[in-house]
Design a protein around this ligand. Structure first.
Ligand code: NAD
Ligand code: UDP
Length: 314
């Protein structure tokens, strides 16, 4: 079975590549390295079952030979405008990866009658008014807000995926990924866990955007990949939340990271919010993943953070 995986050089794409190769699939990775890192795949250079193609998925995708599954992960993913890798600094590329990239990836799936999985996001729910978020919640997204280039691209990508499923009868799947962390995140991509670890490992105070009362629910990468793999094999077509429901405030996260890294500064600094549209609360309802996939996360935040700290310490 040959799988085309877009965004393969990224944090999640590289972990999924490893998992698929371990399961015996052949993987064709596709990436333009806009936010990814080729080093994430360096260990696969001599693997005969892996091939890496440098290509922007917003342009027509052409691959040689049969494809049995298309997995579409290519998209910038960090909301931090202070990082050049954040989608506020890649607005057009982000809209194109979600819209044109999804269209091209679905086109490949249709041409080969291959299965398809879309990496969607909890950002579909925007700044949610329902808590925790179930898949049936339709979201609270500002279509012209500072996060809209990402949120609306992913919402369009979900709609397009369902159109290919309903109209072209493609066997599609949609995973709504909640905040995930772990080894191979880029230390400079601006997301909260790498940012906090960078500061803590340098012995600096951690900077919190806003008052730190906003919450997130962090999933360790191995748990997420297991859930995605089960969804790929399932016959479930509607979107499924995959994330860890253990909710924590950003202030508590900063304190835990200061403690685990034994940060000498040991303090936090509150600065102005970077994005006015920063969601105040986020926590997945994972009852659907439990019932359809028999999946739930296993890694505690403390153990996952310790693994991630080891990675960043090299
Ligand atoms: P990442 O930035 O590490 O990986 C994204 C990869 O896609 C990078 O390698 C990048 O170079 C590539 N890419 C971007 N635009 C491209 C294009 N036009 N053509 C080819 N390649 C392109 O981010 P990640 O955290 O691994 O995210 C992967 C996917 O999962 C994204 O679709 C993201 O929206 C989704 N997601 C991630 C999270 C999370 O917490 N990590 C949460 C929700 C959704
Ligand atoms: N955040 C922060 N300091 C940082 C980076 C992020 O306080 O250095 C906050 C951010 O404002 C948000 C939360 O941490 O409330 C999670 O941010 P992240 O960029 O990881 O992604 P999001 O969940 O907002 O998509």
């Amino acid at each position: 079975m040959r799988i085309l995986l877009t965004g393969a050089a990224g944090f999640l794409g590289s972990h999924l590549t490893d998992r698929l190769l371990r399961e015996g699939y052949t993987v064709i990775g596709m990436d333009n390295f806009i936010t990814g890192n080729q080093g994430n795949l360096a260990h696969l250079e001599k693997n005969p079952n892996f091939n890496l193609i440098c290509h922007d998925v917003s342009n027509f995708i052409s691959v040689n030979g049969q494809i049995d599954y298309v997995v579409h992960f290519a998209s910038p993913a960090s909301p931090n405008p202070a990082s050049p890798l954040g989608y506020p600094n890649l607005p057009i590329q982000t809209l194109k990866a979600g819209a044109l990239g999804t269209h091209n990836a679905l086109g490949v799936a249709r041409a080969y009658q291959a299965k398809f999985l879309l990496a969607s996001t909890s950002e579909i729910y925007g700044d949610p008014l329902e808590h925790p978020q179930k898949e049936t919640y339709r979201g609270n997204v500002d279509p012209v807000g500072t996060r809209s280039v990402y949120d609306e691209a992913k919402r369009f990508a979900e709609a397009l995926t369902m159109a290919y499923h309903r109209f072209h009868k493609i066997d599609t799947h949609i995973v709504r990924i909640f905040n995930t962390y772990g080894p191979r995140m880029r230390i400079d991509d601006g997301r909260v866990i790498p940012n906090f670890l960078l500061q803590a490992l340098r012995g600096e105070p951690i900077t919190i955007f806003g008052d730190g009362s906003q919450t997130r629910s962090f999933c360790y990468v191995d748990d997420l990949i297991e859930g995605i793999y089960l969804l790929m094999l399932s016959d479930y077509h509607a979107p499924v939340n995959i994330g860890n429901p253990a909710e924590i405030s950003i202030c508590e996260l900063a304190n835990q990271i200061n403690q685990l890294t034994e940060n000498k500064a040991g303090t936090v600094t509150l600065i102005e919010k970077r994005l006015s549209t920063d969601p105040q609360r986020r926590k997945p309802d994972i009852s659907l993943a439990k019932s359809v996939l028999g999946w739930e996360p296993k890694t505690s935040l403390e153990n996952g953070l310790l693994e991630t700290i080891r990675y960043f310490q090299g």
